[in-house]
Design a protein around this ligand. Structure first.
Ligand SMILES: [Zn+2]
Length: 84
């Protein structure tokens, strides 16, 4: 199994949904938090994504605006590169 580290913005974004779901292992969780602490852009994105996920889960799919849906899909697309 390959160990991926989270140092760059791209890596963080690729793991963001896992992190928000609490599915990241402790090591990468700490790396993600360290990145977020020093990167306002990713922190902002994490906040937005957290809100969108809450909305997404609370509301039926039809209620979520198409733009939000597209943005979510775009963010989740990024994690397609991982080894799983
Ligand atoms: Zn970043």
């Amino acid at each position: 199994m390959m160990r991926q580290t989270i140092t760059t913005c791209h890596e963080l974004r690729a793991h963001l949904s896992l992190w928000l779901d609490g599915e990241l292992d402790a090591t990468r969780c700490a790396q993600a938090q360290r990145h977020l602490a020093g990167c306002p852009a990713c922190r902002n994105l994490a906040d937005t994504l957290r809100q969108m996920l809450a909305l997404y889960r609370a509301a039926p799919r039809a209620v979520v605006p198409a733009a939000v849906h597209a943005r979510l899909a775009q963010i989740f697309e990024l994690k397609g590169n991982g080894d799983g």
